[in-house]
Design a binder for this molecule. Sequence first.
Ligand code: NZQ
Ligand code: ZN
Length: 388
Amino acid sequence: MQNFEFQNPTKLLFGKGQISSLRKEIPAYGKRILLVYGGGSIKKIGLYDKVINELKEIGAFVIELGGVEPNPRLTTVQRGINLIRENQLDFILAVGGGSVIDGAKAIAAGVPYDGDVWDIVTSKVSAPSNSVPIGTVITIAGTGSEMNGNSVITNWETNTKAFFNSNHVLPRFSILDPELTISVPRDQTVYGSVDIMSHVFEQYFHGSSNAPLQERIGEAILRTVIETAPKLVNDLNNYEYREIMLLNGTLALNGLTAMGVSPDWSTHLIEHAVSAVHDIPHGGGIAIIAPHWMEHVAAVRPEKVAQLGVRVFDLDPAGKTDAQLAEEAIQSLKKFWESIGAPTKLSDYGIDDKEIELMTERSMLADQIGSYVSLSKEDVRKILRNSL
Ligand code: NZQ
Ligand code: ZN
């Protein structure tokens, strides 16, 4: 294991009816609030009214920033920063999915920073320690943004999707009521399930050694998704399945399985480049790219892919080489994702080879990416071509 520091102070308020905790949690941070939400799903499910009611209860002054896009945009973040500055607000309440929460985090960090918030998003400068405090109400299982310090933002003018990570934007509290996720449509439910699995993969395929506990925790999350997601996609209103998936999403990316290891993250960098150019749903892009990334790394280092096959997909290792097991593991993963209705190729989203060079370019945040297997530009181009 590598040396590591770990701090995750986000308070989780999990379960039915936890929305009423807002009146108890918010006053510690102030009553002048920026309420951030997405394209309207929170109004359809009656959550907006409940939140407003809670805010009234504590006599809050509220300014709204609605319409945060899936794959949230820099221009929206800049609007949020201006709203906080103009109205001297002291707390951000993000109500929605990963996009809404990520947007809120970039706003939080951008407010006390004199320069362009894009400097923070691209990690040129660190998020300030006096970032505006955030609370969240998560409405879709997947990103884990409700309990991590990540924010992923798209600069649509330059087709760049960048991310930063800072403890200064970790939510102070997050409300996780599985009932609020019941309205998530089937396709987004599938994307969330894929995203959770991929977050485990990114940390499971690490460049470090001696991390058996972290890997076993990851395998437990993967097995739980594999057991639950097929039942959930055929029974979207099932509260028990929703609660399992919600907790899975949070634990898959709250730092637990990244302790002491250097995660890979190549699949995410490549997917972020695809959605920066074509604006597709994150989990959909991951479902397409991840198996091709895995094929590439299996050719170089099959052992961990083989381990995944045996421990997660219950392959029988008797008489098989790591390369054979890795190949079967990838087939099992593809079969599983197809069975729940995930997309399999970029052409499912109407993407052809025209922008391959741009997507390759945008994936390469450094000359080499990845830590389990290091990828060159040529490797990324090949993975993208295989994904068409
Ligand atoms: O915008 P609204 O109307 O709210 O609709 C959303 C959106 O259309 C809808 N939705 C959310 N909750 C719903 C619902 N519809 C019905 N009922 C509900 N309860 O779902 C759609 C997708 O929402 P979005 O927030 O975009 O999804 P997700 O949570 O998957 O977030 C995706 C973003 O997170 C980034 C991705 O790159 C992408 O930009 N990521 C963030 C990470 C992090 N912060 O740690 C890690 C991830 O790997 C990922 O990169
Ligand atoms: Zn993801």
